[in-house]
Design a protein around this ligand. Structure first.
Ligand code: FAD
Length: 323
């Protein structure tokens, strides 16, 4: 039976992040011939709705307001509910990002909906869809089937096939006027303190060069950054490296850090603790550089290099320069 599926666009700095197209692709599959809607919330974001019909979107809802410039659960809920009332979705998709992790449960409670978090795949067809999500820190996968009611799904970026242009639907755009008055808003964002731009976004990066306690100190990240710059990669880290003060916690990958799924993950001086694997083991190709041949990271690595990272990484950089 066809369904109506609503996607919350993942907007960062007035741009749609890649996961939005991945969700539109998934929504089209879940809808099974039914309608796909997209909700775009933010400030100065109207233009983002242009052309989404070409990716298969039937209706785009836009709420453009200063109150939505930064994520605020109360303001988001108010705006999103306007679209929900109009569209009446049977499933809602949002990114498994900092926003989606918070807003999914907010909407699930509001709608009395069931939630499936952090999906990495969808199996089956029609009414027999199963959402695949990792459990036990990525050691196993569970397949969840929702039998009734509205479903809220959060989608791990970089795993599902993005929708492609060329569908050629006209697609309608509906601008919703929502007024945000203070008594409605339980929380207010007073100030955003932005980190200095650290280059490629970790959660969207196709290649990540990551360092652990083996880099020895903050300057030990320099050869990794050089390799990353050459490859157009993001730099990540283990919690060991963050705890030791070698880098900022915003780089931490793992169970209590970011979850990443790049095409290539290069782990340098990282032992491969289960909590680190939870954040990166679904990377498509894993290369491990470690001087200990018994390091657990080699059990998940596709390619292992036993050696000193301070010799191996500069060697890789100079080889890549010649490619
Ligand atoms: P180590 O385990 O000390 O490994 C360093 C590695 O570097 C060793 O294998 C060593 O052989 C190698 N090495 C040393 N020198 C060199 C060299 N010159 N060249 C090559 N190799 C070298 N960890 C995370 O990463 N992410 C998380 O999100 C996370 N969450 C956690 C949550 C909880 C509740 C707990 C309890 C722990 C969590 N941890 C997390 C910590 C995790 O258990 C490990 O302690 C941590 O991942 C270890 O970091 P590491 O691999 O950098 O350090």
């Amino acid at each position: 039976m066809s369904k109506k599926v609503l996607v919350l666009a993942d907007v960062r700095r007035q741009k749609l992040r890649n996961v939005t197209l991945e969700m539109i692709g998934a929504a089209t599959r879940i809808a099974d011939g039914g309608e796909v809607g997209v909700v775009i919330l933010g400030k100065d974001i109207k233009a983002l709705a242009d052309g989404l019909g070409n990716y298969g979107v039937d209706v785009s809802y836009v709420v453009d307001s200063a109150e939505l410039e930064h994520y605020n659960p109360s303001a988001y809920r108010k705006a999103f509910m306007e679209a929900v009332r109009d569209f009446e979705p049977s499933a809602i998709l949002m990114a498994h990002s900092a926003v989606g992790r918070d807003f999914g449960p907010v909407m699930a409670a509001r709608l009395g909906a069931g939630q499936v978090s952090d999906i990495v795949d969808i199996e089956g067809e029609g009414d027999d869809l199963r959402f695949v999500r990792p459990i036990y820190a990525g050691k196993a996968f569970t397949k969840v089937r929702i039998k009734q009611g509205t479903t809220i799904v959060t989608v791990r970026p970089n795993n599902l096939t993005p929708a492609e242009a060329g569908v050629g639907k006209a697609g309608t755009v509906k601008e919703l006027a929502v007024s945000f008055e203070q008594p409605d808003l339980a929380t207010m964002v007073r100030e955003i303190v932005e980190k200095a731009n650290t280059g490629v976004d970790l959660t969207e990066a196709k290649v990540i060069v990551s360092g652990g306690r083996g880099v020895k100190d903050a300057s030990g990240f320099e050869p990794l950054k050089e390799l990353a710059d050459l490859l157009g990669a993001a730099v990540g880290a283990s919690r060991g490296a963050c705890d030791a003060g070698y880098c900022d916690y915003s780089l931490q990958i793992g169970q209590t850090g970011k979850v990443v799924t790049p095409d290539l993950y290069i782990a340098c001086g990282i032992s491969g603790a289960i909590q680190h694997l939870a954040g990166m083991s679904s990377s498509k190709v894993i290369v491990a550089i470690n001087k200990d041949p018994e390091a657990p990271i080699f059990q998940v690595a596709d390619y292992g290099i036993v050696g000193d990272l301070f010799e191996v990484v500069p060697m890789l950089t100079s080889e890549f320069k010649n490619v």
